[in-house]
Design a binder for this molecule. Structure first.
Ligand code: MG
Length: 295
């Protein structure tokens, strides 16, 4: 069976708006016997959250065909030998849930050292020394055996300090993705990569990255599809640096769709693995490509 892997945001929808021909394209591929998967670098939501979203938008799909970077991260940890037993997550609840779902114990965000500073220490611009004294006075638990980092909208200095302490004590260092930016309604916010970089600087260590452009996310999709050898895999995405690079790293064909391109010159500037095999300007145009012949 042939495998189609769709990036979601910017390809099938933007915010709450479904892209033209999204539903038709997915139905058409499924009817023609393609195994259609959804993959995202976002680790803040669980697969179940994505399933609900796809259903609300009328795009179909089921849990078995959704792979997030959080889910792929959890399965990466599960396959490690030795498998980590005690993980510190700097990230969202969605990421913690996925790691717990593979039977790994995750520290509760609310109990991390430094998460409850007294008011004089917590107030910015009042008494910086109070925060320092609070942090160094904490009773620290044994370090976890792995640190997993994703997008954390509640990042604090204390969390970075705890990740630093764990990694310097020998914990494995894994991140769900290194996205520079987090595009949300009408503006850009800092992405998970911003936080990963801070912890890399603090430790001198380099995180193993699971999300695109690294191959692990798509490898997880292909593993789940149990692809018979020799079948074709096509990735449809809107990013040269992430989707196209990751596609090529797993031996898939990369189709770039220009509907969601956030960086205007990205296509012109692309080199090496970032260069798409095909470029389309709409989902309908996919069916003009030889890759999707017969669908
Ligand atoms: Mg995208």
């Amino acid at each position: 069976m042939s495998i189609a892997i769709f990036d979601m945001d910017g390809v099938l929808y933007r915010g709450s708006q479904v892209m033209p021909y999204a539903k038709e394209a997915l139905d058409r591929l499924r009817r023609a016997g393609w195994d259609v998967f959804f993959a995202t670098n976002n680790s803040t939501a669980t697969r179940l959250d994505y399933l609900r979203r796809l259903q609300t938008l009328g795009l179909g799909g089921d849990l078995d065909h959704i792979v997030t970077s959080g889910y792929a991260t959890a399965h990466y940890l599960e396959r490690r030998n030795p498998k980590p037993k005690d993980v510190l997550v700097i990230g969202a609840d969605g990421l913690r849930e996925e790691v717990r779902a593979v039977g790994i114990s995750v520290r509760d965000a609310n109990t991390l050292p430094g998460s409850h500073p007294p008011p004089d220490a917590a107030a910015d611009g009042v008494d910086p020394g109070a925060m320092r004294r609070y942090l160094v006075s904490l009773d620290l638990p044994a370090a976890p055996d792995a640190v997993v980092v994703g997008l954390d909208l509640h990042l604090t200095y204390a969390k970075v300090a705890e990740a630093q302490r764990a990694i310097l004590a020998g914990a494995e260092f894994v991140c769900s993705n290194r996205d520079r930016a987090y595009p949300v309604e009408g503006r850009l916010l800092p992405g998970a990569g911003t936080i990963v970089a801070a912890i890399e600087i603090a430790t001198g260590a380099k995180a193993v990255c699971i999300g695109k452009p690294e191959p692990f996310l798509f490898e997880e999709v292909i593993r789940r599809a149990a692809k018979p050898h020799g079948d074709r895999v096509v990735v449809v995405g809107d990013s040269t640096d992430y989707d196209m690079v990751a596609a090529h790293r797993v031996g898939a064909a990369g189709v770039l769709i220009t509907t969601g391109l956030t960086e205007k010159d990205a296509l012109k500037a692309a080199s090496g693995d970032a260069v798409p095999d095909r470029v389309v300007h709409s989902l309908e145009e996919l069916f003009d490509l030889g890759e999707f012949a017969g669908a």
